[in-house]
Design a protein around this ligand. Structure first.
Ligand code: FES
Length: 154
């Protein structure tokens, strides 16, 4: 399942810990980096490789919003809808972004370009409202700013 290079990387991480299972988060990151998401087969690979129960892996994958258990769009738009962002218009922005992309939160556009997710606090409350697209934060958002960001995405 993991490429030779990523498997070697994981093996180097595993030996840092007294138990293989402690390498679960890095293992999941490596799988997701390679595959784009973590399928049931990938979870089973981790179960076998790290010798941990399937339910444990499934629980971690589905708990953290940074892990995806199904394919997502090329641009994953995660809009924070927690308190500070909520108070400064996050819901309106979610509707605006959804209108621009033609999808609702939790959906991926038919062309595979966009996935929109509503997420909890991303630790950038002082620059609310904000969103994260892939690895980049976009802060102090307005509808105009969102338009310009979306227009810049390929
Ligand atoms: S509430 Fe949105 S970043 Fe914290």
């Amino acid at each position: 399942m993991l490429s030779k290079e990523r498997k070697e990387k994981l093996d180097k991480i595993i030996i840092r810990y007294p138990q293989k299972r402690a390498a679960l988060l890095p293992a999941l990151h490596l799988i997701q980096e390679q595959e784009g998401y973590i399928s049931k087969d990938a979870m089973q690979y981790i179960v076998d490789y790290l010798e941990i129960p399937f339910g444990h892996v499934l629980g971690v994958v589905t708990f953290y919003s940074m892990f995806y258990d199904k394919p997502i769009g090329r641009h994953h738009i995660q809009v924070c809808t927690n308190v500070s962002c909520q108070l400064l218009g996050a819901e309106t922005l979610v509707g605006h972004i959804g209108g621009r992309c033609g999808i609702k939160p939790g959906e991926t556009s038919a062309d595979g370009r966009f996935t929109i997710s509503e997420v909890e606090c991303l630790g950038s409350c002082g620059t609310a409202p904000m969103m994260q697209i892939n690895d980049d934060y976009h802060e102090n958002l307005t509808a105009e700013k969102v338009n310009s960001i979306l227009d810049s995405l390929k």
